[in-house]
Each structure stands twice: as C-alpha cells, then as structure tokens.
Design a protein around this ligand. Structure first.
Ligand code: TPP
Ligand code: SF4
Length: 253
C-alpha cells in the first residue's frame, strides 16, 4: 500500500475557505489544525472566532466553535475555559479585533493568566472593512485612512503587542512568528505546538502573534505581499520568543 505523506489535518472541515487569493488566514488555520493534531487534541477542542475576515472560522475547524462580538473573544474564552477546564481552548483574532476594540479584553485575560492559547493575526490593517489603518499599521504604510502613509505625529505609533504583554506576570508563553516563507511557516507551527502544550500543562496564558498578509488591501500580488512582510514587516515587528516560563519537557514529548 502507498504511504500517505501529505493529507488534510483531521481538524479541518472540507468547506472551501472564503479568503481572498494569497491571504494567509488559510495557512494559519491549517497550522492550528496540524499543531492540535500533533499534541493529540481532536475531540476536546473549543475555538473562539473573531469579528473580521476570520469571522467564519467556525466553518473551517472540525471542533466546537463560538463566534464572539468584536474584540471580546478572550472574555468568551475565559468563560468557556473556566466552565470546561479540561478542554483545549484557542482564540483567533485579527489586529483590529485584538489591538483596537479588544485591547482591554486581551490585556486583562493575559494578566489574569487565563489558561488559553491566543492566535493573533497581525496583517497591519483592517481587512474585512476595506483596509483602514489598524493599531499595528506600520509607520509610512498607506491605508484608506492614512492615504499619505501612517505618520506617528498624526496617527500615533504602531502598538507592539508581544513586547507589551510580555511585561505582565500572567502570560506563560508569548512569541512572534511570520508565515512569509516555508521556514517561517514551520517556525509558526512549532510556536503553536508550544503554546498548546503550555495550555495542556496548565501554565497559563499563551499568545502567538503571526505576521500575515492582506494582499487585497495592501493592493499587492500575493507574492509581493509576502515580500513586503519579509522586508518591512519583520523589521518593525522582530520575530522571536518574548516570554517562555518553560514546559515539563518529559511530559511535553
Ligand atoms: C462592535 C463593532 N465595531 C465595528 C465593527 C466593524 N468591523 C468588522 S471587522 C472589523 C475590522 C477587522 O479587522 P481585523 O481584526 O484586523 O481582522 P482582518 O479582517 O484584517 O482579518 C471592524 C472594525 C463590528 N463588526 N462590530
Ligand atoms: S481582505 Fe485581506 S485579510 Fe481579508 S480575506 Fe481578503 S486578503 Fe485576507
């Protein structure tokens, strides 16, 4: 019999995704499903979908899903995880959702050390609503509401979520990765696995920020958008681990 070397992760449904061509939301969905599969979590996973382009994430994951009001996913996840402490709970949020309207919720969930894993998609823009400036929009980046480029004097400076949250006591694991090439896609998968292991070992709050693309609102081809993240995005948002309290490595194998 032929050996299967590549297949769809068990935690993804067969529903075709609605994302624009070249959008990296789909890549991250797959990585989440792979990471959960790697730690053997199939039947006891609960995801919280955001408001934003990933609002229909509940159609794509083969697990129980909630869809939260804009920015409120960490609060919904808090209730879910406290009611079902043995489940594995993931929160999926864009940068408008998490770093603007939902800033209070994410900071307080992090400082409380809620035992959940947050996947934070930083594409530097409000994708769903037509490309307005987000808290994460890069200095000089043109958006529909910063047509001459983000000017810190006028628009303020971009917010660095990993740097900020890693100053708190509650978080167990905070890392920033990117999906602009294969090497970084693999690193993102590893970071997701570590985040989920933190939760399994009840270490507390974990957040993986993933630099992502929105080719539609960047007004770029999918390849040019990946190149933009590679050359410009990672300079403003350095990749790496910002906090890691450690795992019981024996148990984590
Ligand atoms: C309470 C509320 N305010 C505003 C909106 C409008 N809204 C929908 S999606 C969105 C921005 C989403 O951007 P982001 O979170 O960056 O996700 P992306 O679409 O880029 O994946 C906004 C402002 C809303 N649906 N509800
Ligand atoms: S608008 Fe941007 S973030 Fe939304 S699906 Fe399209 S490419 Fe992805």
């Amino acid at each position: 019999m032929d050996k299967i070397v590549f297949s769809k992760p068990a935690l993804l449904t067969d529903t075709p995704m609605h994302y624009c061509p070249g959008c990296t939301h789909g890549i991250v969905h797959r990585l989440i499903a792979e990471a959960l599969g790697e730690i053997g979590e199939f039947d006891n996973v609960i995801g919280i979908a955001p408001v934003g382009c990933a609002v229909f994430a509940y159609n794509y994951f083969k697990c129980d899903m909630f869809q939260a009001a804009h920015g409120r996913a960490p609060s919904v996840a808090t209730g879910v995880k406290r009611a079902r402490p043995d489940s594995t709970v993931f929160v999926y949020q864009g940068d408008g959702d998490l770093a603007s309207i939902g800033m209070a919720e994410i900071v307080h969930a992090a400082t409380r050390g809620e035992n959940m894993t947050v996947i934070f998609i930083n594409n530097g823009i409000y994708g769903m609503t037509g490309g307005q400036m987000a808290p994460t929009t890069l200095e000089g980046q043109k958006t529909t509401t910063s047509q001459f480029g983000r000017n810190p004097l006028e628009h303020g400076n971009p917010i660095k979520i990993c740097e900020m949250l890693s100053t708190l006591t509650g978080p167990a694991y905070i890392a920033r990765t990117s999906v602009h090439d294969v090497k970084n896609v693999r690193a993102t998968r590893d970071a997701l696995v570590r985040g989920f292991k933190m939760q399994k070992q009840k270490r507390g709050f974990s957040l993986i920020e993933i630099l992502s693309t929105c080719p539609t609102n960047f007004h770029m081809t999918p390849i040019a958008a990946l190149e933009y993240v590679k050359t410009t995005g990672v300079k403003a948002y350095p990749l790496g681990v910002y906090k890691d309290v450690g795992l019981n490595e024996e148990e984590a194998k």
